[in-house]
Design a protein around this ligand. Structure first.
Ligand code: G16
Length: 542
């Protein structure tokens, strides 16, 4: 019953920062998803008879592609597929299942924080046996295969019933439909002091978690309300919807504005948090204070040993280059390694596998640890809860004390979305061309000390990744970074990352955009954003 279906290649299946992301109608083109999945399988070796994990964030088209992927896995010779009930597995839960059951790898269907629905976004990515996103060597091979593919293999069989936990046979292959939450919740119980957190809730600690009608709903309900005793109603928007209720499931200050406003208002709960479409990003807000992802990484790293899973300390910290240097100061104090990688969680995998780092984070609302090989939204929320329970202080107190001890890295990201791709590339080319002449240049009161295009040499496999973002570093430790997003699905998104280090605690109460005003002006002068993109203001400021 294995059938070989002739197909023609598509030229645009190059995986981006995190897999292939396109609009749903694009994925619905004839054989588009099948071509990409076959190209993944054709890039892998020695998987016959082995296990593949399949799951997704429940967005529109998830179920259809899961059925295709299961049948293609059977035809290509996998021995077993583990698939989440309802086709659901959050990205960190999928990473955990791959690791726990020693699977060969996994296919995760998600476009993360991008909107979902019949005309919105969809995505497919492949994770390797360590549970993490495939490294560039594999994504390059997938792209190469997608350009020459002539056929794909599938089986002629009815769809698997995804709605019930159970076992099925599909030809020679076994399919296990598994509870998507159980293994993940068990892992969280091992890492954190559930008794202390439960006790904090029982004493009246109030929290709001916005699951944004996306995949973390069932995980957060089970862990926060059922196991930790948070009041019913703590978890909002907990039913995963194929279109996320028409919202962007992006936990930032724009798309989680209601939560932000509530946390800034009178009688705010003690703690507010949210996660994204596929459950790997997080938003952390205390009463009257938003914690930037870069600060959250630094604070979690500094306090991790309060949680049982990290009580022996952490081996090192890794952050993506555009993430602020707040974590570097923690690493210095703890006398542990700090690694600066390109944007993309895949770059942390080698460092984690080699035991060089325990905690990783990115400015793009991602934090995680060696427990899986993906960033993990709910993990970050639980580590915060563990720290709050252990210290008995508010988020605001913990953040302010951290700044007083380490200095404050004022930080903001300005995004210009859906910019004309040629204009965005022209802007980056011009910046790159100006690099040699920038050092010594004065812009207002700022002097450029160094300027480069970030390149990464992986200390474990010695691979090189070039052109990962233009950095302009100013005397005194401030900087602006420019790069184009690798996750957008229409036009180009220019990201401008702005950072100033302020050691003086009497100057830690300034509004962020105000504290960064001269750097924001310098970014405009350096890149000519207005004239090149035709935009007066960023589309999103975080
Ligand atoms: C993905 C990657 C992250 C990256 C983020 C933003 O996150 O996994 O490592 O930081 O995209 O990338 P870019 O700046 O290229 O858009 P997610 O949550 O979308 O999977």
């Amino acid at each position: 019953m294995i059938i070989t279906v002739p197909t023609k290649p598509y030229s645009d299946q190059k995986p981006g920062t995190s897999g292939l992301r396109k609009k749903v109608p694009h994925f619905q083109q004839e054989n588009y998803a099948e071509n990409f999945i076959q190209s993944i399988f054709d890039s892998l070796e020695d998987f016959k008879g082995k296990t593949l994990v399949i799951g997704g964030d429940g967005r529109f088209y998830n179920r259809e592609v899961i059925q295709k992927a299961i049948k293609m896995a059977a035809a290509n010779g996998f021995g077993r597929v583990l698939v989440g009930q309802g086709g659901i597995l959050s990205t960190p839960a999928a990473s955990n299942v791959i690791r726990k059951y020693k699977a060969f790898g996994g296919i995760i269907l998600s476009a993360s924080h991008n909107p979902g629905g019949p005309t919105e976004d969809f995505g497919i990515k492949y994770n390797i046996g360590n549970g993490g996103p495939a490294p560039e060597k594999i994504t390059d091979a997938i792209y190469a295969n997608s350009k020459t593919i002539t056929s794909y293999k599938t089986v002629d069989a009815p769809d698997i019933n995804l709605d019930q936990v159970g076992n099925f046979d599909l030809g020679e292959m076994h399919v296990d439909v598994i509870d998507p939450v159980a293994d993940y919740a068990a892992l969280m119980e091992q890492l954190f002091d559930f008794n202390a957190i439960r006790n904090m809730f029982s004493l009246g600690f109030r929290m709001v978690f916005d699951a944004m009608s996306a995949v973390t709903g069932p995980y957060a309900k089970e862990i926060l309300e059922n196991r930790l005793g948070a009041a019913e109603g703590t978890v909002r928007n907990f039913t995963p919807l194929p279109d996320f209720g028409g919202h962007h499931p992006d936990p930032n200050l724009v798309h989680a504005k209601e939560l932000y406003d509530e946390m800034m208002g009178h009688d705010a709960p003690d703690f507010g948090a949210a996660s994204d479409g596929d459950g790997d990003r997080n938003l952390i807000i205390g009463q009257g204070i938003f914690v930037t992802p870069s600060d959250s990484l630094a604070i979690l790293a500094a306090n991790a040993s309060l949680a049982p899973g990290y009580s022996n300390g952490i081996a090192g910290i890794a952050r993506s280059m555009p993430t602020s240097a707040a974590a570097d100061r923690v690493a210095e104090k703890l006398k542990i390694g700090i690694y600066e990688t390109p944007t993309g969680w895949k770059f942390f995998g080698n460092l984690l596998d080699a035991g060089k780092v325990t905690i990783c984070g990115e400015e793009s609302a991602g934090t995680g640890s060696s427990h899986v090989r993906e960033k993990d939204g709910l993990w970050a929320v639980l580590l915060w809860l563990n720290v709050l329970a252990a210290r008995g202080e508010s988020v605001q107190e913990i953040v302010r004390q951290h700044w007083a001890a380490f200095g404050r890295n004022y930080y903001s990201r300005h995004d210009y979305e859906e910019v004309d791709a040629d204009a965005a590339n022209g802007l980056m080319d011009a910046l790159r061309a100006s690099l040699p002449t920038l050092p010594g240049t004065k812009i207002g009161a700022l002097t450029v000390e160094k300027a480069d295009d970030f390149a990464y040499h992986d200390p474990v496999d010695h691979s090189e990744s070039r052109k990962q973002g233009v950095r302009v570093l100013f005397a005194g430790g401030s900087r602006v970074v420019f790069r184009l997003s690798g996750t957008g699905t229409s036009g180009a998104t220019l990201r401008v990352y702005i950072e100033r280090y302020e050691p003086d605690s009497s100057r830690h109460g300034i509004e962020t955009q105000e504290a960064l005003a001269d750097l924001i002006a310098a970014a405009e002068e350096l890149a000519q954003i207005r004239s090149r993109t035709g935009r007066d203001t960023p589309s999103v400021i975080t």
